[in-house]
Design a protein around this ligand. Structure first.
Ligand SMILES: [Zn+2]
Length: 323
C-alpha cells in the first residue's frame, strides 16, 4: 500500500463521522472546533477523549492513546494495521459521485438490448445475479448530462475519471460493475481495450466481506468468472480482477487459516496458470491451503459455464484440484 493511498484515506475519512457512526457522542465543545467526550477505548465516567476535526486526530488524557483515523480503527476493532485499513475502505464505500454514476448505469442496462444480449452470451442470466453484482451498462454520451443535472460540477466528473479531458463520457458501450471504490468497465466492442478501471486502486478482493468467513474460498481472475460461479450456487467465490494480486488482496486471503481454490484462466500462453502457481507458493508460506483448479485448455470459469458446464462438473474440478 503506497504512502499516497494511505494519506488519501486519512484525508477522505472524517474521524468525527467515523466516531459518530460507532456511537460516539461529543459531550462538550472546546476552542478551535475541538470536542471532548467519553473515551470509546477505555471505560470512564469523566470525558477525557479529545477530537480535533481540523487535524483529524484524537487523544485520550485517560488512557494516553491518540493518533489518526487508522490508529483509532486499529485500537477500537483490535486489529492490525492492514485490517484497520481494510475496515476503513469498507466503511467508506463508493464515493457519492461514483455511487450516482453506478445507479445511472444500472438504469441503462435494460434499455439497451445489446448489453443484455452480451450478458446472456457470457452466461449471465439470472436477474438475482444482476441485482447481487449491481451490474450496469454505460452506453456513452449521456452520463455527463445526468450527473451535471444532479449538481456535480464538470471538474468533479473529470477528477473521478468519469469524463475525459475533452468532456466526453469515459465509458462507452461497457458493462459496468461497481467495486469497493472504483467502477470496472468491460467493453462490448472489440475495437476498445477490453478491461478498464477508473483512476485509483482496484481495491481489495471482490465482495470479500461476504466470503471471508467461509473455510474454503474460490478465487477467480475476472468478474464474469465470478458471475457464473455465483449463479451456479458457489457463493464462496471472490475475484482479484486480474491474476496479479495487490498487497491488500493477498493479505485478505492470509487473514486466517483457510483453503483457497485458485481457478485462474487456462489460457494458451500459460499466464493464468503461472500466476496461480506462484500465488499458491506464496499462500502456502502463510499457512494457507492453496489448491490449483485445472480447467480444460483454453477455458476460464466463465467460458466453461457459458459452454454448457454445470455446477456438478465444476465441483468435480474442485475435488480434483492439486495442492
Ligand atoms: Zn481512553
Amino acid at each position: 500500500m503506497s504512502r499516497q493511498v494511505l494519506d488519501e484515506l486519512k484525508q477522505q475519512i472524517s474521524l468525527l463521522d467515523y466516531l459518530q457512526t460507532h456511537d460516539w457522542r461529543p459531550a462538550r465543545r472546546l476552542s478551535r472546533g475541538r470536542w471532548m467526550g467519553l473515551c470509546p477505548l477505555h471505560a470512564e465516567h469523566q470525558p477525557s477523549f479529545l477530537v480535533d476535526p481540523s487535524k483529524n486526530l484524537f487523544y485520550c488524557y485517560g488512557c494516553g492513546r491518540g493518533g489518526d483515523v487508522i490508529r483509532f480503527a486499529e485500537l477500537y476493532h483490535q486489529v492490525k494495521f492492514p485490517q484497520a485499513v481494510a475496515l476503513l475502505h469498507q466503511w467508506q464505500g463508493l464515493p457519492p459521485i461514483l455511487q450516482k454514476a453506478a445507479d445511472f448505469y444500472r438504469m441503462q442496462l435494460h434499455r439497451h438490448g445489446e448489453a443484455v444480449a452480451y450478458l446472456y452470451q457470457r452466461g449471465v442470466r439470472s436477474p438475482e445475479l444482476i441485482e447481487h453484482m449491481r451490474i450496469g451498462y454505460a452506453p456513452g454520451g449521456c452520463l455527463r448530462g445526468w450527473l451535471t443535472q444532479l449538481g456535480f460540477p464538470l471538474q468533479a466528473l473529470r477528477q473521478a475519471g468519469l469524463v475525459t479531458g475533452a468532456g466526453y463520457d469515459t465509458y462507452i458501450r461497457r458493462i459496468v460493475f461497481p467495486l469497493e471504490a472504483n467502477l470496472y468497465g468491460r467493453s462490448l466492442s472489440a475495437a476498445a481495450p477490453a478491461h478498464r478501471f477508473l483512476p485509483g486502486a482496484k481495491g481489495g478482493l471482490y465482495l470479500w466481506e461476504q466470503v471471508q468467513q467461509y473455510p474454503e474460498v474460490i478465487l477467480v481472475e475476472g468478474l464474469f468468472d465470478y458471475a457464473v460461479l455465483w449463479q451456479a450456487g458457489f457463493h464462496n467465490v471472490t475475484c482479484s480482477m486480474g491474476n496479479q494480486l495487490n498487497v491488500r488482496q493477498y493479505r485478505q486471503l492470509c487473514d486466517r487459516r483457510r483453503a483457497v481454490y485458485l481457478a485462474f484462466d487456462a489460457d494458451t500462453n500459460g499466464s493464468g496458470q503461472q500466476a496461480a502457481q506462484s500465488l499458491a507458493y506464496r499462500l502456502r508460506e502463510q499457512d494457507v491451503n492453496a489448491r490449483r483448479v485445472s480447467l480444460p485448455d483454453g477455458h476460464d470459469p466463465n467460458s466453461f459455464f457459458a459452454n454448457g458446464a454445470d455446477a456438478r462438473q465444476f465441483q468435480a474440478l474442485l475435488e480434483a484440484a492439486r495442492s
